[in-house]
Design a protein around this ligand. Structure first.
Ligand code: AMP
Ligand code: ZN
Length: 141
């Protein structure tokens, strides 16, 4: 039995209360096409059970979403002849999340598509990288 939020757009899609182009579903997840596709084939995988984001989702649901995302990546590559795939999740408004029901974007990539990496890679401060790594390591229980 999955938990739903009556005000949540993606819960309504999961429940079939608002239309979506569903391409796959299983016991824990539903996969449907994004209405504002970044590229041809852009789809979203969501857990049936409402969870706000990466920090709230049940790890078993997260695993099921990852499996469904991998399956779609393989199907997209074969069917749409994608050259690559991006899996993207945004956790929190500051990280670009706009719909607060966990979702994994599966974005097929094509050699000639217009998408760009949203940051410019440049060498970081080694001391700071190590200090931050040490800080994180210390807080693993
Ligand atoms: P995010 O900005 O990472 O929270 O992603 C939300 C995504 O949901 C966006 O890519 C939207 O285009 C997509 N979206 C919003 N409403 C719908 C809808 N009714 N059906 C399908 N996708 C939607
Ligand atoms: Zn929801």
């Amino acid at each position: 039995m999955s938990t739903t939020d009556p005000d949540c757009l993606f819960c309504k899609i999961v429940a079939g209360e608002i239309p979506a182009t569903v391409v796959a579903s299983d016991e824990r997840t539903v996969t449907f096409m994004d209405i504002n596709p970044a590229t041809r084939g852009h789809a979203l995988v969501v857990p049936r059970t409402h969870a706000r984001d990466l920090l709230e989702i049940d790890p078993e649901d997260l695993a099921a979403v990852a499996r469904a995302g991998q399956r779609l990546a393989k199907v997209s590559k074969a069917t749409l002849r994608a050259d690559g795939i991006n899996l993207i999740n945004s956790c929190g408004a500051e990280a670009w999340q706009t719909v607060f029901h966990f979702h994994l974007h599966v974005i097929p990539r094509y050699a000639d598509d217009p998408l760009q990496l949203p940051w410019v890679p440049s060498a970081g401060d080694q001391e700071q990288i190590q200090a931050t790594g040490a800080e994180l390591k210390e807080h693993y229980a």
